[in-house]
Structures are given as C-alpha cells and as structure tokens.
Design a protein around this ligand. Sequence first.
Ligand code: ASP
Length: 357
Amino acid sequence: MQHAKFKQLGAVMIISAAFAFSAQAQDKKPNVVVIGTGGTIAGAGASSVNTAAYQSAVVPVDKIIAAVPEISKIANVRGEQIFQIGSESFNDERLLKLGKRVSELLKQSDVDGIVITHGTDTIEETAYFLNLVLKSEKPVVVVGSMRPGTALGADGALNLYDAVLVAGSKEAAGKGTLVVMNDEIHSGRDVTKSNNSFKVETFRSPYGPLGYVVENKLMFYRLPARPHTTQTEFDIDQINSLPRVDIAYNYGNVSRAAYDAFVNAGAKAIIHDGTGNGSVAEQIVPVLQEVRSKGVQVIRATRTGSGVVIRNGEQPDDKYDWVVTDDQNAQKARILAELALTKTNDTKELQKIMWKY
Ligand code: ASP
C-alpha cells in the first residue's frame, strides 16, 4: 500500500516536472548577440527632420539595443562593439575580423543567433561574404537603417527588433546569412542597395525577398538556391588574408588608366564592370589582354544592375582566357573572386566558382 502510494507520488512528481520543463522550454528565450559595426543605425542627426543628413556611426551598440526595450521580451540579448564605422570603410581586414568573431560566437553553445548592425552602403558585400564563409546553420542577420535614430519615422528600432526575432528563430536556421530591413528578409547573396540616401524601401533582391517579418511572425516563401555557409568550400577560420581584387567601372571614353593602376598596385584580378553584357570598349580589349598576360585575372561583370553576363557573348572569353560573372554585381563579384583566389588561380576553376555561388 505504502509502496503504491510512493509510486503514485513519484508519477505525479515526474509528470509535474515534465510540465515544468516544457513550460520552461516554451518560455526559454533565445540568446542573441548583437555585434555593432556602425552605420546609420548608429547615427544621429542635428534635428528630428534630418532624415538624410546626419552623422553615422556615433551611437554605441548597447545604447541602440536599450532604445528598443521590446527586444527583451523576445530574446536574451547582449551587445558587442567591434567597429564604429561607416560601412563604406569596410575593408578586407575588417571583413575578416568580423567574420572570425562571428564564427567564434557561433561555436558557443549559449549563442543561438547573431545580429550585426551595419551601415547600409556595403551591407550587401558583408552579407554575401558571411554567407560564403561561415560554417554554421545558426541564423546570422545583418541589419541597418536608412534613417538615424534621431529622425522622425526612424526605421532602425523596428529593423533591429525584426532582426533579433529572425536571428533567434528556428525557421531562419540553415538559410544562409540574411539581411532584414523594412519588414523583408533577404538572402545575403542576392540583396543590393538600390537607393542612395533616404528611401526605407531601398533593399531589393532580383528574385524578391525570401520572406517577410511582420508583428512577431516570420513568413518565408522561398529558399536560397545557391550553396552557402556549411555548403561552401570557404571557411573563415582558414582564411587570414584576401588577395587584392579591384573594380574598373566602364563608360564611353573609358581609358586604360584604372587598369594600369590596379595592376601596378598588385591586383590579382580586375572586375571589368562593363556596359550592357559586360561589354569591352575597343580601346580596352588590348588592355585586358595585356592585363591577363601579366597573370592578372579578368572578370567581366555588368554595370546595369541586373542580368547575367553571357560567356563568349560580347567577347570571346575562351580565346582570351577571361572569366564572366553570373548575376553578381561587381561588388559581389569582387567578394567572391577574392575568396575563389584563395583556392585557385586556374581560370576554368575560377569560372566554375563564379557560376556556382
Ligand atoms: N554611409 C552609411 C553607411 O553605410 C549609410 C547607412 O548606413 O545607411 O555606413
């Protein structure tokens, strides 16, 4: 009798412990680290009507987080300031430093996701870079704002809230590095800045965002088709420097000056940001041949802002031993080429990589 009672009590205790555990599990908020790098999301203007003229990269990340107390309801968040810069100053050294820190944090079992506050100018390059080199399925979200926090209609608070929500979610895992802005979730591979100074709807992806984030709800509608993070051959932990790759912008009357300067500066590849289908002006064809004969890779991209550069289309790439981009714009092609050149200097291999990612 006594024994049966104990058994009963034991069962009740186990059941209530299980309930307590599941309630605790349900309440358990994800741990998200917010890494501050600067940008307009850390900006401040002289008055509330300054939506486009202001100083960027002045507000510390902890202050940016504290300005959105709602975040504490959805995640346990801690801030870490790695830089305080305008993202136009994101050089390769900083990219590597950021990538390595993110990688370190992703390995910690008490970190569920990462948010990086970033200037909007080069968010697309950093996000593509991280998308290619991080070796984790945990969500990494890059976020910025178009208006400083001091402006009427500032967009940073909601963007940050949404970014933390996405970074702490299970749904965002395994989808590569994401950019969350203006209620949209974009793939770091595709996203690009399309308006220079003030429109909050400036970020676009040629094939549309992956989804939306609205009122605490993530809605995904598509998945990235290209390999990313754990599926790539690039590992941030193995990369300590990046080879120099430059971009030569094209226009009528373009001269050889930029190409010569880049070769002399030690470029290992030049992205020829050509008109139309990565076209090459008649006076530049021999220049690019000369560049290639010096061992520097020539990669044709298009300055049009969208579309695919067709190999052997405008120019006989096979004959000249040149490479073409896929649909990457010149700035994304530069990131990928730098990573590719850490693996190979073979033109055919380089071409495969440009088409793969
Ligand atoms: N120049 C700023 C930056 O990229 C612009 C911005 O954040 O919107 O850091």
